[in-house]
Design a protein around this ligand. Structure first.
Ligand SMILES: [Zn+2]
Length: 106
């Protein structure tokens, strides 16, 4: 028995399995046509989730700035510390999601 990766979801499965235990695709009766459509659907779903996360990251970034500038004098309050943390996390998260989107669309 060998381990192969599912042609649809890329999870590790046995080459003896008839259908994938992760995405339930029928490997034995799979045509290249319905494989292609399944992969297309998976890609769209993945891109949608990345886009939602990109949006949330931007929201966090903007929210961080709002918190940071909330107080007229920059201070050591938890408000501005939280704001700076949100700016950093939002920024990194945004970059990571942009990279994932580029890789996914290759
Ligand atoms: Zn699968």
């Amino acid at each position: 028995m060998a381990i192969i990766s599912c042609p649809s979801c890329n999870q590790q499965i046995s080459d003896k399995s008839i259908c994938c235990s992760h995405c339930d695709i029928d490997i034995a009766n799979m045509t290249s046509e319905n494989l292609a459509s399944k992969q297309r659907v998976n890609k769209i779903k993945r891109n949608q989730s990345i886009q939602v996360q990109t949006f949330l990251a931007l929201l966090m970034f903007v929210g961080g700035f709002t918190l940071w500038y909330w107080e007229e004098q920059p201070s050591e309050s938890w408000f501005s510390i939280l704001g700076q943390g949100m700016i950093a996390v939002g920024f990194i998260w945004y970059i990571v999601n942009r990279a994932r989107l580029i890789i996914s669309n290759k």
